[in-house]
Design a protein around this ligand. Structure first.
Ligand code: 6PG
Length: 253
């Protein structure tokens, strides 16, 4: 299936971060203005680090209604929330400690629980209780932020994983052989129910993968989990710096 992405290429990672911040702020503000609350799922890894710092700095100016935003996490590592590898800790230090968000509206993913399967089901229940379905069967996030690994994984949906074929569960936990660790993750049904998805990728190490993601080779795309992200009734923006876009022969606008 062909992709329907809106692709944006900025000359540098810094400028791509600036554009991502602009889109995130716009979605958060418009959503709260029109719907009263905004339901946001943050990405982990290192790419969003600068984005969260930028949002925190802008957030101090008060132009983002953080008090009406609920924050969830698209995936999490099997470490405690105070561990350096925790996506929650990264978001807390760069963003959540610096904006006027209601602490009760921050929902860390319990990926270090003893019984991960049960913890994933509980996290899914929390999402079902908090995030409106708007007439559908699946809660609809207003924005899901995603990164991408050079192997085409996104959140913790890795190539070849059984969880890629999950059609019922919205949150799953699984052992990731390539990491030798367990992860908890949103599944495609939950991601693809979102109103907005932003895939934010920078760096030349991801250029070849991005070229396949944006290309037309169905066989190559089928091997890349990020290509399974296709919001059923939402919009998807792909924000790149020139290094990540180069192999796709895309230049900054
Ligand atoms: C994680 C992320 C993961 C991340 C990619 C890219 O927990 O690591 O959720 O999906 O987005 O691995 O990571 P970088 O931004 O560090 O390249």
């Amino acid at each position: 299936m062909e992709h329907q992405y809106e692709v944006f290429v900025e000359p540098s990672a810094e400028e791509a971060t600036g554009l991502a911040s602009k889109f995130v702020k716009s979605i958060l503000s418009d959503t709260v203005l029109h719907r009263g609350f905004c339901y946001l799922a943050l990405a982990g890894g290192t790419t969003p680090h600068g984005l969260y710092l930028r949002l925190a700095a802008d957030g101090v100016s008060g132009d983002v209604p953080w008090q009406s935003v609920h924050v969830f996490f698209g995936d999490e590592r099997d470490v405690p929330q105070d561990h350096i590898g925790s996506n929650f800790l990264m978001a807390q230090r760069t963003l959540l400690d610096h904006v006027p968000i209601n602490l009760a509206h921050i929902h860390p993913m319990p990926a270090d629980a003893e019984d991960l399967r049960n913890a994933a089901a509980e996290y899914e229940n929390t999402i079902r209780q908090v995030v409106p379905c708007d007439g559908g069967a699946i809660p609809r996030f207003d924005l899901v932020l995603l990164g991408m690994g050079a192997d085409g994984h996104t959140v913790s949906l890795f190539p070849g994983a059984d969880v890629l074929r999950e059609t019922e569960r919205l949150v799953a936990a699984h052992f990731v052989p390539v990491l030798g660790r367990k992860r908890m993750t949103f599944t495609y049904p939950l991601i693809n129910a979102a109103r907005n998805v932003i895939l934010f990728v920078t760096g030349s190490d991801k250029a070849e993968t991005i070229a396949h993601v944006l290309g037309h080779d169905a066989e190559a795309r089928a091997k890349l989990p990020v290509c399974g992200v296709m919001p059923t009734a939402g919009k998807m923006k792909v924000i790149l710096d020139a290094d990540a876009a180069r192999a796709a022969n895309l230049r900054p606008q």
